[in-house]
Design a protein around this ligand. Structure first.
Ligand SMILES: Cc1cc2nc3c(=O)[nH]c(=O)nc-3n(C[C@H](O)[C@H](O)[C@H](O)COP(=O)(O)OP(=O)(O)OC[C@H]3O[C@@H](n4cnc5c(N)ncnc54)[C@H](O)[C@@H]3O)c2cc1C
Length: 423
C-alpha cells in the first residue's frame, strides 16, 4: 500500500476534524494525508449522538464542564478552538445550527446525518484520502517512521500519525480501547478508565431508595450527590432524573456516573454514598419546614395527596408509605420523611457499562501531550485527539467540543511539522 506523510487513524468526530484541518493546510504542499477507519461506514457515534440529533457544542464552554486531566491544559486547548470557532466551522461545512434554551447547539435539520455528511464532504473537498473498512492492528515506530499494519495484511509507512481511535464507549461502533493499548505500548501513561455518562444500576429493593421499579418511566427534577466517607460532597448536580427498570438515567445520573465510578476505582475500600434529593429542597430542614407549613395549612389532607403537589402520584404514594393525615404525623416520622425528600440514600451497585456509556473517563495522560499541537512528548511524530485523552465532558455538547478542538490542534500541529520539513 502507498505510503503517506500523515496517517490519521479513526474517522470519528476528532479524526474527521483533524483530517479536515490537516487537509486544508496540506493544499498545494504535495503532502499526502490519509484517514483510516475500521468501520465500513465511519461516524456511527455521530449518528446516534444527541438522540439522533447531534448536540454539536454548547453556548458556554468552560473548564468546569470537563473532568480528568489538569484544567490548565484543558483551558489552553479549548481557547485554541472554542465554541464560536465550532459554530463558524460548521457554517463553512454547510451545517446550520440552532441554539436551544438549554444552551445546546443542534443542527437546524435536527438530524445528526447533516453533521456527519458535512464533515465527510468537507474532508473530501480538501483532498484527504479516506479508507473505510481498514482496521489497524499494529503500529511500530523506529528511525523517525511509523509502520502501520492493517488487519487486511497490508501495511504502510508514515512520518506522522494522529491517533483518533476514541475510548471504550459504544464498542460496537469500533471504539474498543485499541488505541489506548497502543499508546501504552508506545510508552504513554494511561489513566485508569471507567465508563462516563452512563446510566446507574441500583440494588433491587422494593423500598424507597431501592431500584424504584414501580417508578419506571417517571422523571424528577433532582439533586444527585456523591459524598465521601466524611460526608463531604465530591460532586453534585441538579437536573432531570429518569427512573428506569434497572435504576436511574437522564442528565443528572449520567453526569454523576463518572464521579461514582472513578472514585470507586481510585479508592476500592472506601465507602461513598450517593444521595438523591428533590430540587425544591437543598437540605432536610427545608423539607421539614415545608411539611410543617403544609400541616398548618392543609393538616386534614392525606400525606400522599400533599406530596403529590410536588411529586408524581406513584412516587408520592411510595414516600407516604402508611401515613394518614398530615396533621397526625409525629415529629420523628416528619423528620424521616424530610430526609427522604431532600437526601434519600440510593444504593448504586454498578453502571450499565461501556455499551451504554456516552464517553470514557481516563485515558492518555494529558501532561504527556503538547497542548498546542497534541503531539506526544514521548513519541515524536505521534499526535492524539478526542475521547482517548484523559478528559471527559458533561452532557451538553462538551465532548464533541473537545473532539473538534483537539482534532483541530492535532491536524494543524502535524501539518506544521510536515510542511516545515518540506521547505
Ligand atoms: C449514544 C451517544 C450519544 C452521544 N451524544 C453526544 C452529544 O450529543 N454531544 C456530545 O458532545 N457528545 C456526545 N456523545 C459523545 C461523543 O460521541 C464522543 O465524545 C465523540 O464521538 C468522540 O469522538 P472520537 O472521534 O474521539 O471517538 P469515536 O467517535 O469513538 O471515533 C473513533 C473512531 O476510530 C475508529 N477506530 C477505533 N479503533 C480503530 C482501529 N484499530 N483501526 C481503525 N479505526 C479504528 C472507530 O471505528 C471510530 O470510527 C455521545 C456518545 C454516545 C455513545
Amino acid at each position: 500500500m502507498a505510503d503517506a506523510d500523515l496517517v490519521i487513524i479513526g474517522a470519528g468526530a476528532a479524526g474527521l476534524a483533524a483530517a479536515h484541518f490537516a487537509g486544508e493546510a496540506a493544499r498545494g504542499t504535495g503532502t499526502r494525508v490519509l484517514i483510516l477507519d475500521g468501520a465500513r461506514k465511519p461516524g456511527a457515534k455521530i449518528l446516534v449522538s444527541g438522540g439522533g440529533r447531534c448536540n454539536v457544542t454548547n453556548e458556554h464552554v468552560t473548564t468546569d464542564d470537563y473532568f480528568g486531566g489538569p484544567s490548565t491544559i484543558v483551558r489552553r486547548v479549548l481557547r485554541s478552538f472554542d465554541e464560536r470557532c465550532t459554530r463558524g466551522w460548521m457554517n463553512d461545512l454547510g451545517v446550520r445550527l440552532k441554539l436551544e434554551p438549554t444552551g445546546k447547539y443542534f443542527p437546524k435539520s435536527d438530524r445528526a446525518r447533516t453533521v456527519l455528511d458535512g464533515l465527510l464532504k468537507g474532508v473530501e473537498r480538501t483532498g484527504v484520502e479516506m479508507l473505510a473498512g481498514a482496521r489497524v492492528e499494529g503500529i511500530e515506530h523506529g528511525d523517525g517512521l511509523f509502520t502501520i499494519r492493517l488487519r487486511s495484511g497490508d501495511s504502510m509507512t508514515s512520518s506522522r500519525v494522529i491517533l483518533a481511535t476514541g475510548g471504550l464507549s459504544l464498542p460496537k461502533s469500533g471504539s474498543d480501547g485499541w488505541g489506548l493499548e497502543v499508546a501504552g505500548e508506545l510508552g504513554h501513561s494511561i489513566r485508569p478508565t471507567t465508563p462516563a455518562l452512563s446510566p446507574l444500576v441500583l440494588r433491587r429493593n422494593e423500598t424507597v431508595g431501592g431500584r424504584f421499579a414501580n417508578f419506571s418511566g417517571l422523571t424528577l427534577d433532582a439533586h444527585l450527590l456523591l459524598l465521601d466517607e466524611k460526608g463531604r460532597t465530591v460532586y453534585s448536580w441538579r437536573d432531570s432524573t429518569l427512573f428506569t427498570h434497572f435504576g436511574l438515567s437522564g442528565p443528572a445520573p449520567l453526569n454523576l456516573s463518572r464521579h461514582v465510578l472513578q472514585a470507586r476505582a481510585a479508592h476500592p475500600g472506601a465507602v461513598y454514598r450517593t444521595v438523591l434529593g428533590l430540587a425544591e429542597f437543598e437540605k432536610p430542614d427545608e423539607a421539614e419546614q415545608w411539611l410543617l407549613q403544609e400541616a398548618n395549612r392543609n393538616g386534614r389532607r392525606q400525606v400522599s395527596s400533599v406530596l403529590s403537589t410536588i411529586l408524581p402520584d406513584r412516587i408520592a404514594q411510595a414516600f407516604a408509605e402508611n401515613d394518614g393525615r398530615l396533621a397526625e404525623m409525629n415529629k420523628t416520622r416528619r423528620r424521616e420523611l424530610a430526609i427522604a425528600l431532600a437526601m434519600l440514600e440510593i444504593d448504586v451497585v454498578s453502571d450499565r457499562g461501556y455499551s451504554f456509556a456516552e464517553t470514557t473517563a481516563g485515558g492518555v495522560e494529558l501532561r504527556e501531550v503538547n497542548a498546542q499541537t497534541m503531539e506526544s512528548r514521548i513519541v515524536p511524530g505521534l499526535h492524539f485527539c478526542g475521547e482517548m485523552l484523559d478528559v471527559d465532558g458533561r452532557i451538553g455538547g462538551f465532548n464533541f467540543q473537545w473532539a473538534w478542538a483537539t482534532g483541530y490542534l492535532a491536524g494543524l500541529g502535524a501539518m506544521k511539522h510536515l510542511v516545515a520539513g518540506k521547505r
